[in-house]
Design a protein around this ligand. Structure first.
Ligand SMILES: [Zn+2]
Length: 430
């Protein structure tokens, strides 16, 4: 494509801005909050049809009933010799809670002062719409990409359900992947997250009236309140968290990102009992040079040492259950971390296109949150996060996206898809 042809293609994004906004608004109108989830069938059918009309072959399957994944593949005209690209985004959005003070219905998007408002505008129906529209522009310009293009619209990201992992298990891969999730058009990697349950279980159950014999001189009853013992575990976790903050570091992150959050606690039967069970749900963040297996092991070792120093806990050691496949099904999740290689040809190409379109250098760094990028990275696909929208607006009341940013993002994707899928496999340095 000549420079002029490309310029006119990018100008079309401006000229057809209302179409782009309508596409983003259409996606927002599909009510796909998670929780409650199991509500993405219609939205996914829409995306599936959209891709099919652009010549993609479609693979659509239920990850959960009512929550299908959609993967569209556009086979390149010369995919043996040209680079392939994977674009990934999630169709579910954060839940809307009773009593939230929205200025309008969260699922009836509106435009005010050049800003699109609605649930999912920033996270991440804007990113999905911009990418889909970019593909449409290329297609309508009659461009046949030589490299293969794969588009994944996945479910479950908001509650740690592995829609993307399911795509990886099916073997979808590419030479480079872009997760078009909220990054304010910065190129980002991410740390990882694993959740875990720590449980203290007493082998015996005691009536509340036994408490005196259990805790006072001469009482003679060897027992404990699982709730009180859990406070020791919480204290131990805090010490480890502090030790990590002092000793661990990773470029692109402020010190102390490796937090251990005691998020949920459950314990006791009712007030006539000494609590015989207590369970703590924790959220642990780790750096891209760590993995969740190591992190779980570090915590277990430390907490078992804490338990050893307590006469009752050393005989009634806490147990651990790590990760899970869904916050709402088995109450647990894992997001692998994602390191980025700043010299990777895909990242360099994206950075160059960004500079051309935005007329300023792209910021490359680390996301303070987690996305599905970790799963793609773990599957061996060089991946970055790059999408429109600000994190402060994601999940927020009056969620919003700047129309200018959406337009610029769409231009970047149009040119980037073109450039990368026209890169010969041997031309790229990595
Ligand atoms: Zn997101």
């Amino acid at each position: 494509m000549t420079e002029t042809a490309l310029t006119s293609l990018l100008e079309q994004v401006d000229e057809r801005k209302s179409e782009l906004i309508e596409l983003a608004s259409t996606l927002i109108r599909f009510k796909t909050p998670s929780p409650p989830a199991r509500n993405t069938e219609e939205a996914q059918a829409f995306i599936s049809t959209y891709l099919k009309d652009l010549g993609f072959s479609i693979d659509k399957w239920d990850v959960y009933e009512g929550d299908p994944n959609v993967v569209g593949v556009l086979s390149g005209s010369n995919s043996n010799e040209y680079k392939s690209l994977l674009i990934n985004g999630h169709i579910d959005v954060a839940s809307v809670e009773e009593g939230e003070q929205w200025d309008q219905d969260p699922f009836s998007p509106i435009i005010k002062e050049n800003t699109l408002y609605g649930r999912g505008a920033a996270d991440m129906k804007g990113g999905l719409a911009g990418s889909l529209f970019a593909i449409k522009l290329l297609k309508e310009a009659g461009i046949a990409l030589p490299g293969k293009l794969t588009f994944q619209s996945v479910i479950g990201e908001e509650v740690g359900e592995a829609g993307t992992l399911e795509c990886c298990k099916k073997g979808y891969e590419a030479d480079f992947a872009v997760v078009v999730d909220t990054s304010n058009c910065q190129i980002q990697g991410q740390g990882g997250v694993i959740t875990g349950w720590i449980t203290i279980q007493s082998p015996q159950t005691f009536h509340d009236a036994n408490r005196r014999s259990m805790i006072h001189a001469g009482g003679g009853l060897f027992g404990a309140s699982a709730i009180e013992k859990m406070t020791k575990i919480i204290q131990g976790l805090k010490e480890l968290e502090q030790h990590w903050a002092v000793t661990k570091a990773y470029p692109g992150f402020p010190a102390g990102m490796t937090t251990i959050n005691p998020a949920v606690i459950e314990g006791g039967r009712h007030a006539a009992f000494v609590a015989d069970r207590c369970a703590l749900w924790i959220t642990v963040h780790f750096y891209p040079n760590e993995n969740h297996e190591e992190i779980a092991k570090e915590i277990e070792e430390h907490i078992l040492n804490v338990a050893k120093a307590d006469p009752w806990l050393c005989e009634n050691q806490p147990t651990f259950r790590w990760g899970g496949s869904s916050m709402i099904e088995d109450r647990g999740e894992i997001f692998p971390s994602l390191a980025i290689d700043e010299n990777h040809a895909g990242l360099r190409t994206l950075a160059n296109v960004h500079s051309d379109v935005f007329q300023e250098k792209v910021t490359i760094g680390m996301s303070p949150t987690v996305t599905d990028g970790g799963w793609l990275g773990q599957a061996g696909i060089p991946t970055v996060i790059y999408g429109p929208g600000k994190l402060e607006h994601a999940h927020a009341v009056n969620e919003q996206l700047s129309i200018d940013e959406l337009v610029q993002f769409t231009k970047v994707m149009t040119k980037f898809i073109y450039d990368w899928c026209h890169t010969r496999k041997e031309d790229a340095q990595s």
